[in-house]
Write a protein that binds this ligand. Sequence first.
Ligand code: CDP
Length: 228
Amino acid sequence: MVKQGHMSATIIAIDGPAASGKSTLARLIAQHHGWAYINTGQMYRAVAYFGLLSNLTLPEDEFAAIGIAKSLCFSIKNRTLLVNGEDLSEKICLPIVEKVVSAYAAVPDIRSLLVSKQRDIAKTQSVVMDGRDIGTVVFPDATLKIFLVARAEVRAKRRHQELQDRGLDNLPPYEEILRDIEQRDAQDRERTVSPLIQASDAILVDTSTLSVQETIALIETLLKETPA
Ligand code: CDP
């Protein structure tokens, strides 16, 4: 339990590399317990998406990108992130956004703005939050920290399937998705601010050979074993 003001709330932090299954698991666990779910990757994706719409290029347009991060209003409705009141999930999952998002996420001022918005949303409720720095930076005192990994080939296959299921036009070939995932991971691991790294007290869960249900069962067991 994390003491927040007069409230005790459960905070579950799920971090890990691209397409490791964080959002699927985090949402299902939150749903099961009736907790909020915050997909912090969608917040970075939203900033990148509006940056693309404004034809920004980083690092040249960093100042304007920070302006975008400042101007966006994030809220949660039924475990869906709303950006200025709108569900942008379909638009921000596009490969074109994924190619630039890590550059936006490496800008210190963008991170500090989004981290403070993330902490605000979680102030009054129990949450499952997924991202890259939740256990290390956003909630270092989280109730339970999971570092979710899977082999890059498995992650690329899952992301390819996910995009196919969404009926994406111009579906990139598997090889390109694999290359993009590896590139994004490298950028996220090598950045100076809040790099992707396993918190010392996070539990490593490798889903390469686990189904969603098996992974959930494992996390639920870990949660039961976590001291309140
Ligand atoms: O779904 P996937 O794992 O592919 O990515 P995501 O969680 O939507 O995150 C998209 C990008 O946002 C990541 O590649 C990071 O660059 C950035 N991100 C971050 O820096 N910190 C977070 N807490 C969440 C995402």
